[in-house]
Write a protein that binds this ligand. Structure first.
Ligand code: ATP
Ligand code: MG
Length: 347
């Protein structure tokens, strides 16, 4: 099976090589297709996300993507479309999602016995809409006295992410979908998002549906995490809530994610490029590894995906080989090596 690999920057390259080793331990015939991005694509093609790269991603259909540094306040990225027109995006990560029309970012948050303390039973999947909301990045300045951003919500995108969430719940034996929003203040935008979710819910009488204000949901996920199962939410709330959830599980280094589209899907950790620890070989590879497991499952290799997840949870639960973010002293390769050994032993 051909799998695209975007090795990213910051801690990206070091966690990527660790993760590929573990995925290879499943024995699947995996062919890694290296796809240049960011600096490497600039060197080769003169652009961080040239058409060639977008086309390569469409061609492989599934890719593992390591984090990319988000340049804060550096201005927008302009991408030339097939018809020669130009579209600009607020960041490279955002550009990848939108050029490939990736519409939902599922981020499973699952506690790990021995690691997650009182959250070891946490089991929530955040379905983050990723095509709109304030992250469309339509911002402008009004002199230097004010600035504005537009929050976009369309029926099409809200219905699509709602439907994906309910289908996911059905496929994975989940009991409930909750919509998280702030419709009491954002009557039109979040109001529409909530209404679309409620409409779609009627097509799924076997799945329970409810909704919470995002602020209340942040409180309740900490106080009563068992209330939540699958949650569907606009882009920005999903971004923030999933980092909060990663903290409950124990580390951003444990939080995987996927970006699902109709043509291609890209699997990436919830965390960023962590420039503060880059190049030291100490980053936790688990979030990207579990993203790799989501990729295998998506590509129809559920058995191998389950084996990677089991091995990861077993090694972490034993508490002997842990990276620093989890209070241990092991480096990236030691943790990945221990998990790879466990995957091989389980065959
Ligand atoms: P982005 O804007 O790209 O989401 P961010 O500013 O949210 O980036 P992250 O890169 O996600 O920041 O890092 C937040 C903190 O979590 C940093 O202190 C970083 O070192 C830590 N961290 C993130 N990922 C890992 C990891 N895999 N292993 C260990 N620590 C991590
Ligand atoms: Mg972040």
């Amino acid at each position: 099976m051909r799998v695209g690999v975007l090795k990213g920057n910051g801690i990206g390259p070091e966690i990527t090589s660790a993760v590929l080793q573990v995925l290879e331990a499943t024995g699947l015939p995996l062919e890694w297709v290296h796809i240049p991005i960011a600096d490497e694509a600039v060197e080769r093609y003169g652009h961080p996300l040239p058409r060639q790269v977008v086309d390569a991603l469409r061609e492989v259909k599934v890719a593992l993507k390591a984090p990319l540094i988000v340049n804060k306040g550096e201005g927008r990225l302009s991408c030339v479309q097939e018809d020669g027109s130009e579209v600009t995006y607020p960041s490279l990560n955002n550009a990848i999602r939108r050029e490939l029309k990736l519409f939902v970012n599922p981020r499973p948050l699952r506690g790990i016995p021995g690691i997650s303390g009182r959250y070891e039973n946490l089991d929530v999947v955040v379905m983050r809409e990723v095509t709109e909301d304030v992250y469309v990045g339509w911002e402008h300045r009004i002199g230097d006295v004010a600035a504005q951003a537009i929050k976009l919500t369309t029926r099409e995108a809200a219905v699509r992410v709602a439907r994906y969430s309910f289908d996911y719940a059905r496929r994975n034996g989940r009991r409930k979908v909750s919509c998280l929003h702030k419709a009491n203040v954002l009557n039109y935008t979040d109001g529409l998002f909530l209404r679309c979710c409620a409409e779609v819910a009627r097509e799924y009488p076997d799945i329970e549906f409810d909704d919470y204000m995002i602020d209340a949901a942040c409180y309740l996920i900490i106080k009563e995490p068992q209330r939540f199962d699958v949650v569907v939410t606009p882009n920005q709330y999903g971004d923030i809530l999933s980092d909060l959830g990663a903290g409950l599980v124990g580390s951003l280094g444990l939080a995987p994610g996927a970006n699902i589209g109709e043509v291609a899907s890209v699997f990436e950790a919830s965390h960023g490029a962590a420039p503060d620890i880059a190049g030291k070989g100490i980053a936790n590879p688990v979030a990207l590894l579990l993203s790799g497991a989501l990729l295998l499952q998506h590509a129809g290799h559920g058995r191998e995906a389950a084996s990677v997840v089991r091995a990861t949870r077993a090694v972490l639960g034993e508490g002997k080989v842990l990276t620093r973010d989890l209070g241990g002293t092991a480096n990236t390769l030691a943790l990945a090596g221990a998990i790879a050994d466990r995957v091989r032993a389980s065959d």
